[in-house]
Design a protein. Structure first.
Length: 253
């Protein structure tokens, strides 16, 4: 009950004007789905297509699918509005900084196990395509990014690697393992189709959900302190051992 009160208090303080979607009001919260941009901040665009709308549509799909599977999920934007408008506590005059601080503030208040921030990429080269996952400099974020990148590569027929997002605010300041998922290039025709056609959007959201699901399966039996303190070598040994155990269980079914 105490945690429930804390959760609702956080909602009221951080989101006085707009609702956010949550699957249940109790802890632990497994994942915050961060729908990038919104409102006056359209993000990147192509013709009449705006990143903010693509982000929200895929975020809704991921939210509903994970919630249906029993995960406790927060969707931090449910409509076309700027999260900077909800920030009544930051002193900065920068709308962009208020927006990012609001996203980080919700994660700090609700303490999810992970945060997945959804975005759309753009390039001056119209042939550049595929998904890209950016990660923090910690084991859990890298593992989540690596798994998500694998599923995006399968979807797009690519062999890309996740990248360290050292300059990104959410990755530098978030208190939980966080990744930024660039779901595709709006400047590429094939990627635009993947991100805008309903049946293709379903494929994309399933790929993201599969990555999140596999991450939780892998880290489920690992202690948080062990993950944070382990060397990279020990970390990957633990991941390999956990994956082997899961595979043996599947084979025995």
């Amino acid at each position: 009950m105490k945690r429930t009160c804390v959760v609702f208090t956080a909602f009221l303080l951080l989101y006085p004007g707009h609702a956010i979607a949550f699957s249940q009001a109790i802890s632990p919260i497994h994942v915050i789905i961060d729908a990038g941009h919104g409102g006056i901040d359209g993000g990147t665009s192509y013709g009449g297509l705006y990143e903010k709308d693509i982000n929200l549509e895929i975020a809704r799909r991921v939210y509903h699918q994970l919630s249906a599977e029993g995960y406790q999920v927060i969707l931090n934007r449910t409509g076309d509005y700027a999260l900077s408008d909800e920030n009544r506590w930051s002193k900065t005059s920068s709308r962009h900084k208020r927006d990012l601080a609001q996203r980080r503030g919700l994660a700090a208040a609700l303490d999810p196990q992970i945060m997945v921030s959804l975005h759309v990429n753009w390039s001056t080269n119209p042939n550049t395509r595929g998904g890209l996952v950016l990660y923090q400099q910690n084991h859990q974020s890298f593992l989540l990014a690596d798994i998500l990148q694998h599923h995006l590569n399968e979807l797009y027929g690519k062999k890309d690697e996740p990248k360290a997002g050292k300059t990104y605010y959410l990755l530098r300041h978030s208190i939980c393992p966080t990744v930024i998922v660039e779901m595709g290039y709006i400047s590429n025709a094939r990627d635009r189709e993947q991100m805008t056609r309903p049946e293709k959007q379903a494929e994309l959201s399933r790929a993201i959900c599969s990555g999140i699901r596999e991450y939780f399966l892998l880290v489920g039996s690992m202690q948080k302190d062990d993950l944070e303190k382990a060397s990279w070598t020990q970390f990957w040994k633990d991941v390999w051992q956990k994956g082997k155990q899961l595979w043996e269980k599947i084979q025995a079914m």
